[in-house]
Design a binder for this molecule. Structure first.
Ligand code: SF4
Length: 71
């Protein structure tokens, strides 16, 4: 995804990976939105964050290709 998450010139790459708010959100299914956010399978599945970003511009939105409807 074409997202800026930090600078490896200014910080260690591990620090960027661990502390970037974008990476923290992507690693936390409880921050997902729409049906992925309320889906009982979000911890295991989580949907495609790349497809969500491509279709909506928001990587935390629902995976647009998933046919499953959460209960
Ligand atoms: S992609 Fe589908 S199955 Fe996976 S978390 Fe999202 S709604 Fe649930």
């Amino acid at each position: 995804m074409p997202l800026t998450v930090g600078s490896v010139r200014a910080n260690q790459v591990v620090q960027v990976y661990r502390e970037s708010s974008i990476f923290k959100s992507l690693h936390n299914p409880n921050e997902f939105k729409g049906k992925c956010g309320r889906c009982e399978h979000r911890i295991i599945c989580g949907g495609s964050r790349a497809r969500a970003f491509a279709y909506t511009g928001d990587a935390l939105e629902s995976d647009p290709f998933c046919p499953y409807e959460p209960k």
